[in-house]
Write a protein of this length. Structure first.
Length: 344
């Protein structure tokens, strides 16, 4: 592309949004610096299950249901976005298991969204369209790909951006043309950009087990999902309004119980709790685009779908910065849509 050639762009946050955005901007020729005080993967993106799952999100998250078509478009961007990066996308789908009445209710809910799913011989429902990736491996590959294109990583927190001056928490000031705020739940409160006052935290706890399926589809049951892998994941809590990273077995016990109901052999598993904090808007979609604050671009508020949405968000940011048509989904993700609602 090369249309950002010579532009100096700072990205705050090396999670799914910041890392994908940094790569898209580096591909467009920008000189990118990514600031993040945390160790790589030590964020919501690192603990995530890595599902790229428009169908199950629309089925199990009421806030995501109206966005099914957008979520599908986001998923479809993944293969081209990571082409050549050695990132494996598992296309094993999602198998939904449970009592017959509950499965009938789920099927009816899916039908209400104008969709049909297949039934397995044992009665389980199958959503073949949902994909999955390994979150931590993918973060590492995105960082490596951005670094190969000249992106620089700095272990520092960004405090402010004013007329091209980016102020870091260690007191340094560096000059940039633009600043992308991709700070996840760290952006709340409007301190970095006024629009982020629209974000609220949702704490998420996920269990990593020492046994369970290594490959195969994700399995969903009532109130739980089981994700295969080297350390199979059982997720996840949605604790609205909480932003602490304290493991809390009282909240995770129901997950383990539900997992064991699906796979009794997991009763013997040793579980490690991982915690992340998601940032959410009231409509469940992120804030993407120009802030009212000059030179500041937002890519925050990923809620439950930061991985799924990452290439879409990265592409939007690159389009805005290169003055290209941001496309079909830009208006629904517009970073200032909640301010405009207040102004109306
Ligand atoms: C348990 C759990 C399971 C999940 N499963 C899935 C899933 O299967 N699929 C899916 O799509 N999504 C999933 N999600 C949601 C997904 O993880 C998030 O939506 C996504 O990771 C958010 O990415 P992000 O880049 O916006 O934020 P984060 O990953 O939180 O990254 C933000 C980064 O910004 C840094 N930062 C903060 N403040 C500053 C500052 N001032 N300066 C510089 N850096 C700063 C932080 O240190 C952090 O590293 C899950 C979330 C949780 C908690």
């Amino acid at each position: 592309m090369g249309t950002l050639s010579g532009a100096r762009i700072a990205v705050a946050g090396a999670g799914a949004f910041g890392s994908a955005t940094a790569l898209a901007l580096a591909r467009a020729g920008a000189a990118v610096t990514i600031f993040d005080p945390a160790a790589p993967g030590d964020n919501a993106s690192g603990v995530a299950a890595g599902m790229l799952a428009p169908a199950s999100e629309a089925l199990f998250d009421p806030l995501s249901a109206p966005h099914l078509a957008l979520l599908r478009r986001a998923r479809d961007l993944w293969p081209a976005f990571v082409d050549g990066l050695d990132i494996e996308i598992s296309t094993g789908g999602v198998r939904i298991e449970g009592e017959a009445d509950w499965l009938a209710e789920i099927e009816a809910r899916w039908g209400g969204l104008g969709q049909t799913c297949s039934r397995e011989a044992d009665g389980a429902l199958m959503l073949v369209e949902d994909w999955r990736l390994d979150a931590r491996k993918t973060l590492a590959r995105l960082h490596a790909a951005a670094a190969d294109l000249g992106a620089r990583f700095e272990a520092a927190s960004v405090e402010d951006f004013d007329l091209g001056a980016l102020r870091l928490s260690d007191g340094r000031v560096e000059r940039f043309d633009h600043w992308v705020v991709a700070t996840g739940a760290g952006a709340r409160g409007g301190a970095l950009a006024p629009e982020t006052a629209a974000l609220t935290p949702i704490k998420g706890q996920i269990l990593r087990l020492d046994r369970g399926a290594v490959v195969g589809p994700v399995v969903r049951g009532a109130g739980v999902y089981l994700c295969p892998g080297a350390t199979p994941a059982v997720g996840a809590t949605m604790e609205a309004g909480r932003d602490d990273l304290r493991p809390d077995t009282e909240m995770t016990a129901p997950l383990l119980k539900a997992a064991t109901a699906l796979r009794p052999e997991l009763a013997e598993a040793a579980a490690t709790i991982e915690v992340g904090v998601r940032a959410s808007t009231a409509d469940g979609l992120p804030l993407v685009g120009w802030s009212a604050k000059p030179g500041v671009m937002l890519a925050v508020g990923a809620r439950r779908n930061g991985w799924l949405l990452a290439p879409l968000v990265a592409g939007l940011v690159a389009s805005y910065l290169t003055d290209k048509d941001p496309g079909l989904d830009a208006a629904r993700l517009d970073a200032r849509r909640f301010d405009r609602e207040l102004e109306a």
